[in-house]
Design a protein around this ligand. Structure first.
Ligand code: AKB
Length: 319
């Protein structure tokens, strides 16, 4: 085994923090960051970087060969809200990139792959509360359809060709270091920025839109834990349900108000509300907890204080 790690989509919200953590764990020169554009200074300065389009199969192969890569984290994707505006582009990016990596692993050129799925694989006919690992999946968004299709292909490549692919259905990920790009759950980050800057926020989701969420540190821990678990422990080769916290915009606003008592929230739901309505409110992640020992650390209270602190510092640095 051995060999280097390649992150595709390293400059995005999750990719940035994942790359930095993997560099801390494995050494800077062992973790190759790549993205279609350059990212945060800390990421660009801390180790190798390649400008790479995730749909460019030939270039991915060249980078894998050049750095003797054996593990890939494919973090490039078009998220739910943006994908509704560019369906074919989203489909091409989300599917082509996955096939390129699966095929490299099938050819024996990679040992292990991480590919993120999402709660978007579920749809309006899925049981909404405590959504089970295995259940009805009829996604209604382009993003959800691409993630569900991707899950089927991951399982197929594992079963048919022995590809060691591992995956998690991310809930909304909350963080302050790198902004998210085009998701339905992004309100839960915007709210902190607006609360600190302006003392008010207009939510694009309705007050009672409950969604599963998770603080970034937990998401990074889950991603690294599933990749480091012994192969025989990974029994689900489509994607694992993963849960931490679930809340509505109203509940989050109330938690923020405990710290910023003058904070005001109003609601102007847009097209993203119908996406949120089609997704689960909460997730049953027993399989992840039992199979590879998943445990979350951040509850609503801890996430809120960490975000207020982090966003506050970031805004001060920028000012
Ligand atoms: C989105 O809102 O599109 C993403 C997701 C839940 O996968 N954050």
């Amino acid at each position: 085994m051995g060999g280097r790690i390649l992150i595709i989509g390293a400059c995005g919200q999750i990719g940035t923090e994942l790359t930095l953590k993997l560099r801390e764990n494995h050494g800077n020169d062992q973790v190759i960051a790549s993205d279609i554009r350059e990212g945060a200074e800390e990421l660009m300065q801390s180790g190798p970087f390649e400008l790479l389009n995730a749909t460019d199969e030939l270039h991915i192969r060249e980078v894998v060969e050049k750095y003797e890569v054996r593990e890939v984290y494919l973090m490039a994707a078009m998220l739910s809200a943006t994908a509704e505006k560019a369906p074919m582009k989203a489909w091409d990016l989300n599917m082509d990139s996955l096939f390129h990596i699966l095929n490299l692993a099938k050819e024996g050129k990679l040992d292990k792959i991480f590919w993120p799925s999402s709660i978007a694989v579920f749809g309006p006919t899925t049981p909404k509360d405590n959504t089970p690992q295995t259940t009805i999946m009829e996604p209604t968004t382009v993003y959800g359809i691409s993630k569900q299709t991707g899950e089927r292909w991951c399982e197929y490549f594992h079963r048919k060709f022995g590809v060691d692919v591992r995956s998690i259905r991310y809930p909304g990920i909350i963080s302050y270091k790198t902004l998210p790009g085009g998701g339905t759950t992004d309100y839960a980050i915007e709210i902190f920025h607006e609360a600190i800057k302006n003392g008010e926020y207009t939510s694009f989701l309705a007050e009672d839109a409950a969604l599963p969420m998770m603080y970034m540190d937990d998401a990074i821990k889950a991603t690294i834990d599933i990749m480091e678990a012994p192969a025989e422990k990974i029994k689900v080769r489509s994607s694992y349900n993963l849960a931490a916290i679930s809340f509505t915009p109203e509940v989050l606003a109330a938690e923020i108000k405990k710290h910023l008592e003058n904070f005001q929230i109003s609601y102007e739901p847009d097209f993203r509300q119908s996406i949120a309505e089609s997704w689960p409110s909460s997730i049953d992640d027993t399989a992840a907890r039992e199979d590879w020992g998943w445990e979350h650390e951040f509850d609503l209270e801890k996430m809120t204080t960490t975000m207020l602190d982090g966003v506050g510092k970031t805004l001060k640095e920028k000012a």
